[in-house]
Design a protein around this ligand. Structure first.
Ligand code: AMP
Length: 190
């Protein structure tokens, strides 16, 4: 089983590239953001609980995350791996995930980061706000989410670098060119 974490700031293209990776390698694509948006749309108890937090651009609590992730992973059979998009986002989540995998005798296979600068990110997110109307894509919330990324999520790079699991790919260019670079990186580790 291959456990890929696709890493990068909001708007770096994780969602788009995860779908392509999942297709190419028969991986299950798990996006915690998509799971939450779906729960909110369906007004489930979980959706109602997290709605405000997400609209403000803050992070949902770590305790909920590992629960949601492990449940989501259990739903898949006959896949060759997982591509995680938007998880882990804190050190606690990364540690919880390590425990979850080690209980199965598994380990994170690779952390692949999409390297996109902040100026490009803000530009892309504002465009996405126009196109998709995501409630957390307003300028104020974008700034908040970037701040959350730099303070809480970016430190994970060091965590995975120390274990020799981290690689990054330049994330500006055509979608297909970036996919090819990601595929090559993954193939080296299969
Ligand atoms: P995303 O689509 O990955 O940008 O996620 C949208 C929002 O969902 C984030 O801004 C958070 O509020 C919440 N969220 C998604 N994944 C996580 C996570 N791993 N930890 C905490 N909150 C999350």
């Amino acid at each position: 089983m291959f456990y890929l974490i696709l890493f990068g700031p909001p708007g770096s293209g994780k969602g788009t590239q995860s779908v392509k990776i999942a297709e190419r390698f028969n991986f299950a694509h798990i996006s915690t953001g998509d799971i939450f948006r779906n729960e909110i749309k369906n007004k489930t108890p979980l959706g109602l609980k997290v709605q405000r937090i997400i609209e403000k651009g803050e992070l949902v609590s770590d305790e909920l995350l590992i629960e949601i992730l492990s449940q989501a992973m259990e739903k898949y059979e006959n896949v060759d791996g997982f591509v995680l998009d938007g998880f882990p986002r804190t050190l606690k989540q990364a540690e919880d995930f390590d425990h979850l995998l080690s209980a199965k005798g598994q380990d994170v296979s690779l952390v692949l980061a999409l390297d996109v600068n902040e100026e490009e990110i803000v530009k892309r997110l504002l465009k996405r706000a126009e196109l998709e109307g995501r409630k957390d894509d307003t300028e104020e919330v974008i700034r908040k989410r970037m701040n959350v990324y730099y303070t809480q999520t970016k430190p994970l790079i060091e965590y995975y670098k120390k274990r020799g699991k981290y690689e990054s790919v330049y994330g500006i260019g055509s979608i297909d060119d970036i996919s090819e670079k990601l595929f090559k990186s993954i193939e080296k580790h299969l």
